[in-house]
Design a binder for this molecule. Structure first.
Ligand code: MG
Length: 314
């Protein structure tokens, strides 16, 4: 853990550093408030010990800036003000600006150590909580079987890209894919083989998409690929590459038979002319996927507006 010490009096600073040396933490020091602010921004120490009256910038302003720069963050630094100012009114001002703790000068090393130990363990706990929060957030957005984005994550991504597409007038494409005859895989070979198929499909799709594309499991045996800044033709190429990669896969069943699988793909795109909201875009891709199934599966179909009515007329 990094500790920043800002104190202009050399004797006091030396005493602080000597006291800190028992804690086995990385210590940064300065005798100037403005330098302390620079060091803070560069190093982001978890603990700050600051004097009040210093050249460059006073401790109160330093505390104010540090707290302002951490607004909205879950991990905030522990700030200890070490100062000769110890009137109740001073303490109130300091706490109001965001100081976590006060020690008055001249300080007793044992008191500084005790307060810092509390600060360090608070910071460690906060760090662990943050890590756990991120992990659970990650898990809430990940499909446990395939490790891909789950439907919730995809919906989030769709909204982000919808905003970006509308603002930047860039094309946005969606590919929806469904494993052919998946129900019979489960029925004939069991659910373990079914799960294995879904993993093989997700690996093939991972290999087929480009680095900026978002791939996820939409539900059951359906997968969705979101392709930002990609037109219909480019998206159809990605879909075709995924289809080919998947059709090459061989899967060993539990009773040692070899099975081949395929998937059908529907592609839809939003651009200057066709600008539906993202859920409508997904419906269009789903429509094209239905056409791919209808035409015999293991193929890519693109969504063409009015195709349904043309078919009805034909
Ligand atoms: Mg001073």
């Amino acid at each position: 853990m990094k500790i920043l010490v800002a104190e202009d009096d050399p004797t006091t600073r030396r005493m602080i550093l000597k006291t800190l040396s028992t804690l086995d933490q990385q210590v940064l020091e300065t005798d100037n408030g403005a330098c302390a602010w620079e060091i803070y921004q560069r190093e982001r120490p978890e603990i700050v010990i600051t004097d009040w009256l210093m050249p460059g910038m006073d401790g109160l302003e330093l505390v104010r800036r540090i707290c302002e720069s951490n607004e909205g963050c879950t991990l905030k630094p522990y700030i200890l003000m070490l100062t000769a100012k110890n009137e109740a009114a001073d303490l109130k001002i300091g706490f109001d600006q965001g100081a976590s703790e006060f020690i008055s000068k001249p300080f007793r090393p044992i008191e500084l150590i005790a307060r810092l130990k509390v600060g360090i363990s608070n910071q460690k706990l906060a760090r662990e909580l943050e890590r756990a929060r991120r992990l659970s957030e990650q898990q809430a957005l990940t499909d446990s079987l395939t490790g891909l984005n789950n439907r919730r994550a995809l919906l989030k991504l769709l909204r982000v890209d919808e905003d970006r597409t509308l603002r930047g007038r860039q094309p946005l494409s969606v590919i929806l894919t469904d494993v052919d005859h998946f129900k019979s895989v489960n029925d004939d070979f069991g659910h373990n083989t079914g799960d294995c198929v879904l993993q093989v499909v997700s690996d093939a799709l991972r290999a087929g998409v480009r680095s900026g594309d978002h791939l996820g499991r939409w539900g059951g045996e359906e997968f969705l690929i979101l392709l930002p800044n990609t037109d219909l033709i480019q998206a159809a190429e990605v879909a075709e590459r995924c289809r080919t990669l998947l059709a090459r896969q061989q899967i060993q069943t539990e009773d040692s038979r070899t099975m081949r699988i395929s998937a059908s793909f529907g592609v839809a795109s939003a651009n200057g002319v066709n600008r539906p909201d993202v859920m409508e875009l997904v419906s269009q891709a789903d429509r094209a996927l239905y056409w791919a199934k209808e035409a015999g599966r293991n193929r890519v179909k693109i969504y063409v507006a009015n195709a349904d009515s043309k078919r009805r007329r034909a």
